[in-house]
Unconditional design. Structure first.
Length: 81
């Protein structure tokens, strides 16, 4: 049962990432899902997004908000290097 919930959460997170991917791609960047552990999502900004001075805003205002809209039980989204 727990594995089914994990898979459903991952699917929803991937859907959220797909919805914002075009905006990241437009600036030469992208995002990858690293893992979901409990109520925390781990992602990796790649391409031009990695190391960009605006990446903090992108994570908080774009990625985190979008993921929380798709998956309300998620409480934190972290960018891993």
């Amino acid at each position: 049962m727990k594995n089914i919930k994990y898979e459903e959460t991952v699917t929803k997170v991937l859907d959220a990432l797909e919805s914002i991917r075009p905006f990241l791609n437009k600036d030469g960047g992208d995002i990858e899902l690293v893992d979901v552990k409990g109520k925390t999502v781990f992602v990796k900004l790649v391409g031009n997004c990695n190391g960009c001075p605006m990446s903090f805003s992108t994570m908080r205002l774009g990625v985190e908000n979008t993921i929380k809209q798709f998956v309300p039980e998620i409480v934190e989204v972290l960018n891993v290097e």
